[in-house]
Design a protein around this ligand. Structure first.
Ligand SMILES: C[S@@+](CC[C@H](N)C(=O)[O-])C[C@H]1O[C@@H](n2cnc3c(N)ncnc32)[C@H](O)[C@@H]1O
Ligand code: SF4
Length: 483
């Protein structure tokens, strides 16, 4: 059935009018001090933020650590090679074919796994879930991919694993070689793919310096589905050259592709890791190309409305699925379950109950530490009880729900009814969170500004922006910071 053009215009007008409501919310919440005055954001992914950790030794980090009773760990592997640099990307990666270096890296990774297992006193890792990311972890020859998966499954018990996910780019999944890769990964038990589609607009993909067009994205999704993978596709909004109109088209196209999940990222221009990607220079050179903060937030609301209309609902923050069971187990276990997780590879991290361990970002240091028999760790933290309380509220609140009984368990007996009361009451008064006897959750409005809401629970040393970047309203993040 074709829809009359005036109907389309009306629907679009309606979508845009709804999205504009978020601009009014932005202004109100900036005045209240929740959101910084320039409107930039800082993604709350870990607490304290990963860039703020100090150097610390392996001995200090593992002192008195014991494995969880069930012995289960979520496992992350990082493979930092890519064909070419995407403009928006802040990750340290090696570019181009580099086959000898990839072999060197895989050898080091294998040794790192052994060093880590020796440190934990185990000879096999009982995996709860697995995520292999990068970089482009499929940007390996078929032989290298096979070599990696082979040594990986020798060290990891898959019988307890509920999900084996790979983060991939579309190009490595297409053509005969791509299909061979898909077959190979499936034979090792990989069952979910997160495909970095980024956009479905040819111009935007070009401006991102992606090495593929729309056609390759569509082919990769079809291939992945054919081999029986659960498929998640990722999009960036707020990118130079994006408009409300072309973004609506991208989202309408995305929901027609029948993937289980769709994930949204707001463009981060200023890196929050140690490495600054090319996007900063580009946005300074061509500021007019960049959507405003207001337009960017409207894009987010437009996407949410289109996704909801087509049966996709926000199941984990920023991840929209049709069925509740389709979400990243790795992310859910880490952010909501607060469960122990180990990471291997350059920049990989481990989250082990009250401690956070970060690997080096430097390739040479990575190789030389492993060659010397040392874990390639260079930063981390062992949280004290107060920081543990903040962590136990920030990650689950952002992503789903803070269960009061669970908070009490992971903080060694602290009742959520007795801590952070000023913050909680203030956030309730702005309609950003709701609370009952069992739990605290974000409202729809709170979920829209989830990063800023959970940053209310940061210690003032870890506020993402400086004091003069926020208005001094009731939600000024430097007020009432005590637990
Ligand atoms: C770890 S990256 C790797 C993805 C994979 N290499 C690819 O590009 O297809 C995971 C996702 O983070 C998002 N991302 C990366 N850099 C970003 C930035 N500067 N701002 C917003 N999102 C970003 C992208 O959507 C990307 O797919
Ligand atoms: S976005 Fe992905 S493919 Fe592009 S450079 Fe970064 S890690 Fe590589």
């Amino acid at each position: 059935m074709t829809i009359a053009p005036n109907k389309i215009t009306n629907r679009k007008e309606l979508l845009i009018a709804r999205a504009k409501e978020r601009v009014a919310d932005l202004k109100r919440l900036q005045e209240a001090g929740l959101i910084c005055t320039h409107g930039d954001f800082f993604p709350s992914v870990h607490y304290p933020p990963i860039t703020m950790y100090s150097p610390i030794t392996e001995e200090e980090l593992f002192q008195s650590y014991t494995l969880p009773e069930d012995g289960l760990l979520d496992v992350y592997i990082h493979i930092p090679f890519c064909r070419q640099r995407c403009i928006f990307c802040h990750y340290p990666v090696q570019l181009g074919e580099r086959n000898p270096e990839k072999d060197q890296y895989l050898d080091a990774l294998e040794k790192e796994m052994d060093l880590y297992m020796r440190r934990l006193g185990i000879d096999k890792i009982k995996a709860r879930s697995i995520l292999v990311g990068g970089g482009t972890p499929t940007y390996l020859s078929l032989e290298q991919l096979d070599k990696f998966l082979n040594f990986f499954v020798q060290r990891v018990d898959l019988s307890t694993c509920t999900q084996f996910n790979y983060d991939v780019d579309p190009v490595t999944l297409i053509g005969e070689e791509g299909r061979e890769r898909l077959r190979l990964m499936r034979s090792y038990g990989v069952d979910r793919l997160t495909i970095g589609s980024q956009s479905l607009n040819a111009d935007t993909l070009k401006k991102m310096n992606r090495h593929h067009g729309v056609k390759e994205i569509l082919e990769s999704i079809e291939n992945a589905k054919e081999f029986g993978y659960q498929v998640n596709i990722e999009f960036i909004f707020g990118y130079p050259g994006q408009t409300l109109d072309n973004w609506i088209e991208v989202m309408e196209h995305a929901v027609s592709l029948g993937t289980e999940e769709i994930q949204l990222y707001r463009l981060k221009i200023e890196a929050y890791g140690d490495f600054q990607g090319p996007i900063k220079r580009l946005s300074e050179r061509q500021p007019d190309e960049l959507p405003t903060v207001e337009e960017t937030l409207m894009m987010k609301q437009l996407a949410i409305d289109i996704l909801n209309e087509h049966g996709y609902h926000e199941n984990l923050r920023r991840v929209f699925t049709k069925e509740r069971k389709h979400y990243s187990h790795y992310a859910d276990n880490q952010c909501c379950g607060l469960l122990d997780q180990v990471g291997f590879g350059l920049t990989a991290f481990s989250s082990l109950r009250d401690r956070f361990i970060l690997n080096t970002q430097d390739f040479d240091e990575y190789y030389s530490m492993i060659a010397a028999g040392k874990m390639p760790i260079n930063r981390g933290i062992v949280r004290n009880q107060e920081e543990q309380m903040r962590w136990a509220i920030i990650l689950p609140l952002k992503n789903r729900t803070v269960w009061k009984s669970y908070f009490e368990k992971v903080t060694g007996g602290v009742s959520l009814n007795h801590v952070f009361r000023n913050k909680i009451e203030n956030l309730k008064s702005f309609g950003l969170i709701v609370e009952d006897e069992q739990k605290i959750e974000l409202t729809k409005l709170g979920a829209f500004f989830a990063d800023e809401v959970v940053q209310q629970f940061h210690h003032s040393d870890y506020a993402p922006f400086s004091r003069d970047e926020y208005a001094q309203g009731l939600l000024y993040p430097y007020n009432n910071c005590e637990a």
